[in-house]
Design a binder for this molecule. Structure first.
Ligand code: ADP
Length: 505
């Protein structure tokens, strides 16, 4: 350790002494002032007189001089906001009184004490606040639990009620269809039946919407992604909406891009539901002009935009448009419950996408969105070139149609599809396919009748019956009306492809 030189020590001492403004009083045993040194004026002692009793000259020493050993009087207040430490030192029959100015130190200590006090008050207040916060959190959490329970009860109740309503309604619709199919009704009765059907359909879609909304509220809707022939689905939507739009004298179109993959993995039912909601709104709210759906495919995202030339939506209302039960006053005279957009919005989100609206009251509305989807890449395993072989695939089940179409296209066949016998007869005459795969049980016109009509019209290419029935009688009847092959569903793809290649040789 290095020693501090004596001169530096001396300097430090002098600085320290100067800082303390040291003053001393030398007093004899009788208490008279012998002498003094330093700066007594600093302590207000301006008129010191030797040999005079010190207590008469310095008040604060009164009562403190009768001592046997050194005593220190700390933080004596001597007025004028000054504070001193007084050391009383008895020495060789006399007394030395040393005065140190500690005003600054005292002030600092007081401030520190004040800060400590404030801090402890703050700490106390903080702990009180924490307690209050914890109590509020507990209360809120209890209330949240009760609220969740109430929402769950409400949702369960609505779900049960909707199911209860749905069951008899489905039966009403079923019987209405049976009556309709019987075709013995008069014009009046047909009109009544149409009205029952229309209203039952409307009621059913309302109930389904309420059910979906309640399920969405409690997160009970799950997606079931599957292979989907989006192009086919869009074509189906086109045939569904075209007559409705034409009834209102509106132009309607669905634009499908060339780069759309043959198959995408999506929840087809839910995607269809979203598009149906948006197109239905477009047609419902547009009095004249057009409604259009445009699809684009890019980077595993399926974009859709439904544009109409309808009344548009003000920017204020656009904020609320996706909230459940919100309807514009202009919609009051039109059917609806204000759920379609809220449901579509949530479904699109569930499907990894977004839905938004752009609109201005004069220029109609654009509902724009996208969903995420994976495309299925196929490798063509066959060396045979089938591209010049045209197959007409007839089936009312879109799922089955999509699946078989996929197998056939994968083998390189050119595929045309129809969803019932009547459509099949029409398409056959127009497109002259090389082979027909015909479902036997279909609405409008079944497979047996369709084959019969085609053979009567001299269509002589092969027809393979695809039937759900494995009854001998049905099989024989299929051959009787003109089928060349009979396969039962579910059809094994390899068997079907073999049957086709054998039959076309
Ligand atoms: P709903 O059609 O049953 O009323 P939606 O949730 O589908 O319920 O729509 C909510 C509201 O948004 C509608 O009532 C209507 O006011 C407005 N809206 C929706 N689509 C359109 C549109 N294409 N043009 C103008 N307004 C629309």
């Amino acid at each position: 350790m290095t020693h501090i030189p004596a001169s530096v020590v001396g300097y430090i001492q002098s600085m320290w002494m100067a800082e303390m403004i040291l003053t001393y009083l030398h007093i004899d045993v009788q208490g008279r002032l012998i002498d003094w040194g330093g700066y007594p004026q600093h302590y207000g002692l301006t008129t010191l007189t030797k040999n005079k009793l010190i207590v008469e000259q310095v008040d604060f020493l009164d009562g403190f001089l009768d001592i046997t050993h050194t005593e220190v009087l700390q933080y004596l207040n001597i007025g004028g906001n000054r504070c001193i430490n007084v050391h009383i030192v008895p020495l060789d029959g006399s007394i030395y009184v040393l005065l140190f100015d500690v005003t600054d130190e005292h002030d600092k200590q007081q401030k520190m004490q004040q800060q400590v006090n404030e801090l402890s008050i703050l700490t106390y207040r903080q702990s009180q606040l924490l307690q209050e916060l914890e109590a509020t959190r507990k209360k809120l959490s209890e209330e949240k639990g009760q609220l969740e329970q109430a929402i769950k009860l409400k949702s369960d109740f609505i779900a049960t009620l909707s199911h209860e309503l749905r069951t008899p309604l489905t039966s009403i619709m079923g019987y209405t269809k049976l009556l309709d199919d019987a075709k013995q009704a008069s014009d009046y009765e047909t009109n009544y039946l149409d009205s029952v059907k229309k209203n039952a359909n409307h009621l059913l879609s309302l109930i389904d919407n309420v059910l979906d909304q309640t399920k969405l509220e409690i997160g009970q809707i799950e997606l079931h992604p599957n292979n989907c022939n989006v192009k086919q689905m869009l074509e189906d939507l086109k045939s569904l909406f075209l007559p409705i739009a034409q009834d209102k004298k509106l132009l309607f179109d669905i634009k499908i891009p060339n780069n759309l993959p043959a198959q995408l993995v999506i929840d087809e039912l839910r995607f269809r539901q979203i598009l149906i909601n948006l197109i239905t709104n477009g047609i419902k709210f547009t009095a004249k002009g057009f409604v259009e759906l445009k699809i684009t495919w890019q980077s595993n995202k399926l974009y859709f935009i439904v544009t109409d030339s309808g009344p548009g939506i003000s920017s204020e209302s656009q904020q609320k448009i996706f909230t459940a039960f919100h309807r514009e006053s202009t919609a009051n005279t039109l059917p609806g419950a204000g759920l379609g957009l809220a449901i579509s919005y949530h479904l699109v989100e569930l499907m990894g996408g977004q839905l938004s609206v752009e609109s201005s009251p004069q220029f109609g509305s654009n509902f724009t969105g996208f969903i995420s989807a994976d495309s299925i890449q196929f490798t063509n395993t066959s060396n045979i070139n089938h591209t010049n072989i045209k197959i007409l695939l007839v089936d009312d089940s879109i799922d089955l149609r999509s699946l078989i179409e996929l197998y056939l296209e994968n083998e390189g066949y050119a595929v045309i599809t129809a969803s019932n016998g009547l459509e099949a007869v029409k398409l056959t005459l127009q497109t002259k396919p090389d082979i027909i795969l015909m479902d036997m049980q279909m609405p409008v016109l079944d497979g047996y009748n369709a084959v019969q009509q085609l053979r009567a019209k001299k269509f002589n290419k092969p027809i393979i019956a695809l039937s759900g029935s494995n009854i001998e009688h049905d099989r024989n009847y299929a051959f009787k009306v003109g089928c060349n092959e009979y396969m039962t569903k579910p059809v094994d793809p390899e068997n079907l492809l073999n049957a086709i290649s054998q039959i076309i040789q």
